[in-house]
Design a protein around this ligand. Sequence first.
Ligand SMILES: Nc1ncnc2c1ncn2[C@@H]1O[C@H](COP(=O)(O)OP(=O)(O)OP(=O)(O)O)[C@@H](O)[C@H]1O
Length: 290
Amino acid sequence: MEISIRNLTKRYGRILALNKINMHASGPGCIAILGPNGAGKTTMLKLISNIIKPTDGSVLINNINVSDYPERALKYLGALIEQPEFYYYLNGYEILKFAAKVKGLKNNIDDEIKRLVDLTDMNDYLYRKTGTYSRGMKQRLALAVAMIGDPEIIILDEPTFGLDPKGMAYIRDLIKNLSREKLVILSTHLIYEAKEVSNRTLIIDHGEIKYDSINSDNKRKILVTFDGSISNIKSDFIRDFVIDKNRIIITPREDADNYNIIYDLIKNGVKVNSAQDYDDLEETYISITS
Ligand SMILES: Nc1ncnc2c1ncn2[C@@H]1O[C@H](COP(=O)(O)OP(=O)(O)OP(=O)(O)O)[C@@H](O)[C@H]1O
């Protein structure tokens, strides 16, 4: 399961939404795309899913050009793009049945619907008209539609948007499970969500990929600022540290709390100014997008 993006460019009239982006991804795993409003995330996911055509460049799914051979390429892919809207007079079951037929499923459609309904936990309202669904219910139904036929690549545009905290946690767990066997590409505005569910993060800004990195070990870090200079840092509570001008970025040992570390720093003669939890992805994001 793989996706290759080559020199992908999209213009909407005078707006350059994506500018010659390149990326290769192979699964299983989860890639999170972060970026501010208007950065080009949805445009990229729409191009991968062949909802829109590129101005230039190409997307290959398992080496098949999605624009030239959409039917062959898209059988490997399921997608949830933008806020889902359904025929309001159909119920969830009818929508799933309709979508399964469009996807080309012929046999055991009811078994597949049951699998998806259990997976997305929407048994309680499956037979209600979708016109009465809340945003979160629609989101779960759209996720079920994206997973019809068990595709090996799943594209999700802000999959937890509009869900309550319990619903978000449920969908994140589902994504983590899916990405053990599949390639999942999702967009999000939430840095902590990207860190939690993905093993690789891209940051897009002004239509360009500005950051592409395998997620680090996700260990907790502390940022300490200090006055003067430092001669020595010794503490049983510190795993490792980096000194950068008047800041120290510390990775604590598992059993250490911030108090233990600050106490040891002061004992070492460090004139501590402030200490706070540090998020390197957040700092990178802010410096790229501001
Ligand atoms: N159909 C369209 N017609 C004209 N411009 C468009 C269209 N769709 C998107 N754009 C523009 O393309 C750029 C990228 O939009 P896109 O929706 O891909 O951003 P995004 O990163 O998904 O943003 P958000 O986080 O707000 O959803 C924006 O400048 C947007 O205004």
